[in-house]
Design a protein around this ligand. Structure first.
Ligand code: SF4
Ligand code: SF4
Length: 502
């Protein structure tokens, strides 16, 4: 029997009404959710924002009072002539071209090198051997190999050429810091403004990092510039008689930014990889930051892979809390491992400094050695720890950049190697497994987690032996992983291809 309801509403009608009300509530909820969604900037089309979410690792628990690097001996500032590999091999090449019959048996004086370089080679004769080998043997061999195999790497080279073409538009300073770093008239012809004060250094730091991310930097940190890590000569735009002994006062603060290389091509190193994607992006982000800070009235100079550096980047990156120095000499970051190309922006804009972090890289590197075992040139130290390895007054891993450069000139495809980036367990994408490892390993005082992870890496993921990366017949121009599908020459190009192989 139907139960009578107040106001003459039958049960059936009540249910109908409830159904209608339910639909109305759902529709209302949809409208509210739609409105919320519509208000979100994420719902609009446009260039995807880079935002601080890219720097997702919580550094706070691992911070310590710096500095991370303290001298253990007499400090010698780095030299463009000897320590900066491109300039050193360039100087050697010029001398060797003038004296093409020179061999290692001949007196070094016959090469007529600049005095700094001659003294360096006398102190480190193995560097002279490697640089000599590069130009007397490796480059001639590479020409032969390229004639045979180059077509196989044509798309990788074409891909890289796009980044290189853009990089030619990115320019560094052409005047000394006292002139080039200071703001001039802006695009509208307005005179430079006096430095605009921020409310607090904390807010200045927050703002600079936010904008750095928006300009394309994946990582950003801030530290004091260390005069010990400035090149001892050859700052851009400076005459030879410039006083390089004193750091310009307005370089006091260093903003360090980083951008990873594209993962697909990192994995296909050495033969199909390039650094120029990240070089281009990090340089672009640095130049944008430079422009923004100048606009606010502060002097600023950026030091980037494509406009050159007046200072060393990795130790500044470490002091700025971006990561730790690994066996490879890179700053290994929690988010991207060693897969991170970096730039520094020096300025006197007052900002709050970041602190260095200890999240276990140094301990892990002592037992890992994956990069050193894979390195085709043997450039990376196999020592059990960096203890006692003192370079220019600081204790850290030894990298033979002459041996490394020699192998760069042996590879196919775009020049370079970067295999040590591809092999490093820290250079792994952010998925749940790696994220878990990032969280647990640094908190494990026993080292058991890192040992387990290392065994997983070594046993479950086979990779070529170091010799396989070399030219035939010793090797087969191996890559860490095959090229990504979009660089497969067979698939896209109607040309004959000879693949190196055993
Ligand atoms: S880039 Fe290649 S050759 Fe150079 S250190 Fe790394 S793995 Fe070795
Ligand atoms: S591969 Fe291993 S030893 Fe080399 S930098 Fe990475 S963690 Fe350190």
């Amino acid at each position: 029997m139907d139960v009578p309801y107040d106001k003459g509403l039958s049960r059936r009608n009540l249910l109908k009404l409830a159904g209608i009300a339910g639909v109305a509530v759902q529709a209302g909820a949809l409208v509210v959710a739609g409105k919320q969604e519509g208000k979100s900037s994420e719902s609009y089309t446009g260039w995807e924002s880079f935002h601080p979410g890219t720097q997702f690792f919580d550094r706070k628990p691992f911070e310590f009072e710096g500095p991370s690097h303290a001298p253990v001996g007499e400090v010698r500032r780095p030299s463009h002539h000897t320590d900066y590999v491109f300039q050193r091999v360039g100087s050697f090449e010029q001398a060797y071209r003038k004296h093409p019959g020179w061999t290692l048996e001949d007196p070094i004086e016959n090469l007529e090198l600049i005095p700094e370089l001659e003294a360096f080679y006398k102190e480190f004769p193995e560097r002279l051997e490697w640089d000599f080998k590069t130009f007397s043997e490796t480059i001639p061999n590479n020409r032969e190999d390229s004639a045979k195999y180059n077509n196989y790497y044509l798309l990788a080279e074409a891909y890289e050429a796009g980044f290189s073409a853009h990089s030619r538009f990115l320019r560094g300073p052409t005047d000394p810091p006292e002139k080039s770093d200071f703001p001039g008239r802006d695009m509208m012809g307005r005179p430079p403004r006096n430095p605009v004060p921020f409310r607090t250094p904390d807010l200045a730091s927050e703002f600079v990092k936010e904008i750095a991310h928006r300009y394309g930097a994946t990582l950003a940190g801030i530290t004091k510039t260390n005069p010990n890590w400035l090149y001892s000569e050859g700052w851009r735009g400076c005459p030879q008689d410039y006083d390089f002994s004193v750091m310009p006062a307005h370089w006091e603060n260093a903003i360090v930014i980083g951008v990873p290389m594209e993962w697909d091509v990192v994995l296909s190193n050495p033969q199909f990889g390039t650094s120029n994607d990240a070089y281009d992006r990090v340089t672009t982000a640095a130049l944008r930051l430079e422009g923004m800070i100048k606009f606010l009235g502060y002097p600023v100079r950026s030091h980037t892979p494509l406009t050159d550096y007046d200072l060393l980047v990795p130790p500044h990156a470490v002091e700025a809390g971006l990561g730790e120095i690994g066996r490879t000499g890179f700053c290994i970051t929690p988010e991207a491992g060693g897969n991170c190309r970096m730039a520094v922006i020096t300025t006197n804009l007052p900002m709050t400094m970041d602190k260095p972090i200890d999240y276990g890289v140094a301990r892990f590197c002592n037992k890992c050695k994956l990069c050193a075992e894979s390195c085709p040139s043997g450039a990376i130290s196999m020592a059990d720890s960096p203890d006692g390895l003192v370079i220019r007054g600081y204790e850290h891993w030894y990298i033979n950049n002459g041996a490394c450069y020699n192998y760069w000139r042996e590879t196919m495809g775009p020049m370079g190697c970067r295999l040590c980036v591809a092999t490093c367990p820290y250079s792994r994408k952010d998925n749940w497994l790696h994220d878990l490892a990032r969280k647990i390993d640094p908190r494990d005082p026993t080292g058991a987690v890192s040992s387990g992870l290392l065994q997983i890496q070594k046993r479950l993921f086979p990779y070529p032996a170091a010799s396989e990366y070399h030219r035939p017949p010793q090797g087969r121009f191996a890559s860490f992983r095959p090229e990504p599908p979009y660089l497969e020459v067979d698939k896209y190009l109607d040309i004959a291809v000879t693949k190196p192989g055993k």
